[in-house]
Design a protein around this ligand. Structure first.
Ligand code: AMO
Length: 433
C-alpha cells in the first residue's frame, strides 16, 4: 500500500526518479499485453506511460477518458518518449467517463463533424490539436496586453448593457430592462473614446453582440473584440502604424512561445507586419476592376474583393495583408472623421489572408461636428447627449481600432470557419452548449 503521496504534474517527473508520486489526469490510451497493462495518463502538463500487472488493476475496469489518480514509482526508461515511466502501485478512479462518447479525444478527430466537436467541447479540447487553437487564442490575448501595457495603455472595463447602438445598422439585440428597453453593446466604441478623454490611451477586451441574421463562416452573434483608442494623433496613419507594431509584436511572441502549437496549423511562422502597405479605397476599386474585372464595387468591399486584394498585396510584398483606407464616408458610422473633402472617410480596414480582421480610423472629436454628422443621418443629437457631453471635456484628436479575436485566430491558424476558433459559438440558431 502506497503512502499518501503528493500530487505532482507529469512534466515534473524527472525530479522524482525512484520516488513515489501521485499523478492525476485522464486515461488517454490503454494496451494490455500479456503480463503488462500500459495506461497512458495525460494531465495539463503532459503524458506519461504507467505500467502494471493486469491483475493488479483489473478490478478498476479502467477505460479511455476516465479521470483517475495513479500512485506509483517513477522509473527512468530510455524507450519511453518522455524518458520516464511510472510503475503503478495504486489506482483510484475519480470519475468514470460515459459508455457511449461520440469520439475519443486522443484519436485523430479529422473525421468528427464540427457540430459534434462543439456539442462535446471539453472532450474536443482535451485533444491536443483542437486544444491548441484555444491555447494560441489565449496567447494572442496575453501578448496584446503585454504590448499595450508597455505602450502606456490603460485597460478599461465598460458596460455591455447600453441605451443605444454605436455602429448604426439594425443588428442590435434588445434586452428587457425592467420597464424599458436596453441593448447589448455592439462595440465599446463610445466608452473607449471617453477613455481617451480620461486616460489618453485605453484598451478593452470583451464580448460584443451583433444580431447577425445570416450564418456565414466569418460572423458570430457574440464575438470577442480587442479594442483600443489613442489620443493626440495626427491622422489614421498613426493608428495604422500602431496596429502594424502591435501585430508584429504579438506574432513574434507567438512564433517564439507557441512554435510547436502553431506548426500543427501553418507551415510558415507568422510574418512581420511592419511592411504591410496601406492602399486608398479608390485605388483598390480601380485595381479590382483592372485585374479581376470587378465592376460591381463602389461603396464597400465584399469577401471576394478582400481575397483578391490580399492576393495582389502578397504579390507585391510577400505578405497576404493590406490596409485599405478612405472608404466612402456615407457607409461608415457617424463618429468617423472625413478624409479631406471628397466624401471619403478617415477609416480603414485591415485585410489579413483574405479576410477583414480590423476596422479602425480617426474619429470626429468636436461636439459640433458630431452633432452635424448625427443630423445628417436624420438623428436628433439630443438622443446622444450623455455621449456628446464628453466632447466638452477637452477631448483630443483621437482614433483607434478593433480586431475580432476569433477572426484573427481563424486566420492565423488557417481555419475555414470562425466557429472553429470559438469555444461556444453563438449564431441565429445556436444558444447551447
Ligand atoms: P466593426 O464593426 O468593423 O468595427 O468590427 C471590428 C472587427 O470586429 C470583427 N467583427 C466580427 N467578428 C465576428 N462576428 C461578427 N459578427 C463580427 N463583426 C465584426 C471583425 C471586424 O473587423 N467600432 C468599430 C471599430 C473601431 O473603429 O475602432 C467596429 O466595431 O474582425
Amino acid at each position: 500500500m502506497a503512502t499518501a503521496s503528493q500530487r505532482v504534474f507529469i512534466e515534473s517527473l524527472p525530479d522524482f526518479v525512484d520516488k513515489e508520486v501521485a499523478l492525476r489526469g485522464w486515461v488517454c490510451r490503454m494496451r494490455v499485453l500479456g503480463k503488462t497493462t500500459f495506461v497512458v495518463l495525460k494531465d495539463c502538463s503532459g503524458e506519461v506511460q504507467c505500467v502494471a500487472a493486469p491483475e493488479s488493476i483489473k478490478e478498476h475496469h479502467l477505460k479511455l477518458e476516465d479521470a483517475v489518480e495513479i500512485v506509483g514509482r517513477v522509473r527512468r526508461d530510455a524507450r519511453a518518449k518522455s524518458g520516464y515511466e511510472l510503475d503503478i502501485l495504486e489506482v483510484r478512479v475519480l470519475n468514470r467517463s460515459g459508455q457511449n462518447l461520440p469520439f475519443n479525444s486522443f484519436s485523430n478527430l479529422d473525421s468528427v463533424g464540427p457540430e459534434t466537436l462543439i456539442e462535446y467541447r471539453p472532450l474536443a479540447v482535451r485533444n491536443e490539436v483542437i486544444g491548441n487553437v484555444f491555447r494560441v487564442q489565449a496567447a494572442l490575448l496575453r501578448f496584446l496586453r503585454e504590448f499595450l501595457t508597455q505602450r502606456r495603455f490603460t485597460e478599461i472595463i465598460t458596460s455591455k448593457l447600453v441605451a443605444s447602438g454605436t455602429e448604426g445598422g439594425t443588428n442590435l439585440f434588445e434586452v428587457k430592462y425592467f420597464d424599458r428597453v436596453a441593448y447589448l453593446a455592439q462595440s465599446p466604441q463610445f466608452y473607449k473614446e471617453h477613455g481617451v478623454a480620461g486616460f489618453e490611451r485605453v484598451f478593452e477586451t470583451g464580448h460584443v453582440y451583433r444580431a447577425e441574421p445570416h450564418a456565414t463562416s466569418r460572423h458570430l452573434t457574440e464575438y470577442y473584440s480587442l479594442d483600443l483608442e489613442v489620443g493626440f494623433i495626427d491622422g489614421p496613419e498613426d493608428v495604422i502604424q500602431l496596429e502594424r507594431e502591435l501585430l508584429t509584436y504579438i506574432f513574434d511572441r507567438v512564433n517564439k512561445d507557441c512554435a510547436s502549437l502553431l506548426s500543427l496549423y501553418r507551415k510558415q511562422p507568422l510574418p512581420s507586419m511592419l511592411e504591410v502597405p496601406c492602399w486608398e479605397f479608390e485605388k483598390c476599386v480601380e485595381l479590382l476592376k483592372e485585374r479581376f474585372n470587378r465592376t460591381d464595387l463602389t461603396y464597400d468591399l465584399d469577401p471576394e474583393a478582400e481575397r483578391q486584394l490580399c492576393q495582389l498585396a502578397e504579390k507585391d510584398t510577400g505578405i497576404s495583408a493590406v490596409f485599405v483606407v478612405g472608404f466612402p464616408l456615407s457607409g461608415r458610422p457617424f463618429y468617423t472623421a472625413p478624409r479631406g473633402t471628397t466624401g471619403a472617410a478617415n477609416s480603414f480596414d485591415l485585410l489579413f489572408q483574405g479576410v477583414e480582421i480590423t476596422t479602425g480610423g480617426q474619429r470626429l472629436h468636436r461636439r459640433e461636428d458630431l452633432e452635424k454628422a448625427l443630423r445628417g443621418r436624420g438623428i436628433d443629437p439630443t438622443n446622444f447627449e450623455s455621449h456628446l457631453r464628453m466632447f466638452d471635456l477637452g477631448m483630443p484628436p483621437h482614433g483607434g481600432f478593433a480586431i475580432g479575436l476569433e477572426r484573427l485566430t481563424a486566420q492565423i491558424l488557417n481555419l475555414p470557419n470562425i466557429r472553429q476558433a470559438t469555444l461556444y459559438p453563438r449564431d441565429r440558431t445556436k444558444l447551447t452548449p
